[in-house]
Design a protein around this ligand. Structure first.
Ligand code: CTP
Ligand code: MG
Length: 226
């Protein structure tokens, strides 16, 4: 089966978080950039790619002002990211599924196709980026180890799964914060990394809003260079 077909895969957009690190009154996924909610950017990107998109929200009242389309369902999430995935997965019956963070507004068709392409051969695939800063291990505010940064990667979304493997991983998870692809790897499946993009950054702290504004104003011209 070719997962590039829009009827073969569903998309779960995770937008049920509290955005606590942003420290804004409005949850970060509902903040507006150039007059449009951050969440709406990813919804619009996926609308042209899949006909089953599930948007997981803190409550159904939050769907006010969001796009309306036959391909879109709005559902309520849970207390953790994993619980929100499970709530979204109830509405998935396609062989492949992509999980995307609403806090990453600039997903491109190129990266979606790159991830989907891998799902013919892999149970799970997702974009990664090299780590920019030095990584150190801390204990009680003191250095205890310095790993070799060159082998470490930061994980981005969309994370793609063969749906049956995502379901199996969720059944076998030890705790709410387990990295789902790691569970799949431990079940004996290979997990594929594809090259991510600096523009797939996650809006987390206030300064990332300025980067996002800049991206929109320059109409993604930087993205073409990366
Ligand atoms: N998310 C979710 N349900 C949760 C927690 C997170 O759907 N219970 C979503 C967030 O809305 C976000 C994505 O998962 O789009 C990535 O999570 P993160 O960036 O950590 O967002 P928050 O958990 O909302 O932010 P913070 O950790 O700063 O509170
Ligand atoms: Mg969080």
């Amino acid at each position: 089966m070719n997962p590039k077909d829009s009827t073969d895969f569903s998309v779960i957009i995770l937008a049920a978080g509290n955005g606590s690190r942003m420290q804004s009154k409005v949850r970060k996924q509902f903040l507006e950039l150039q007059g449009k909610k951050i969440l709406s950017y990813s919804i619009e990107s996926f609308l042209s790619l899949s006909n089953n998109i599930i948007v997981v929200l803190p409550s159904l009242e939050d769907k006010q002002g969001l796009p309306v389309d036959v391909s879109l369902k709005y559902v309520v999430g849970g207390n953790t990211r994993t619980e929100s995935i499970i709530r979204g997965l109830d509405h998935v019956s396609t062989p492949y599924v992509l999980i995307h963070d609403a806090a990453r507004p600039f997903v491109t068709e190129y990266i979606v196709q790159e991830v989907l392409r891998q799902l013919s051969n892999y149970a799970c695939a997702y974009p990664v980026m090299p780590v920019v800063n030095s990584i150190v291990m801390d204990k009680n505010d003191e250095l205890v180890a310095t790993p070799d940064r060159s082998v470490w990667r930061e994980v981005q979304t969309p994370q793609g799964f063969q749906t049956e493997w995502l379901k199996k991983a969720l059944e076998h998870r030890a705790d709410e914060h387990a990295h789902i692809p790691e569970i799949i790897r431990r079940m004996g499946q290979q997990v594929k990394h594809v090259q991510g993009s600096p523009w797939l950054f996650k809006i987390t702290y206030a300064p990332s809003l300025y980067a996002a504004e800049h991206y929109i104003k320059t109409q993604g011209k930087e993205n073409e260079r990366n």
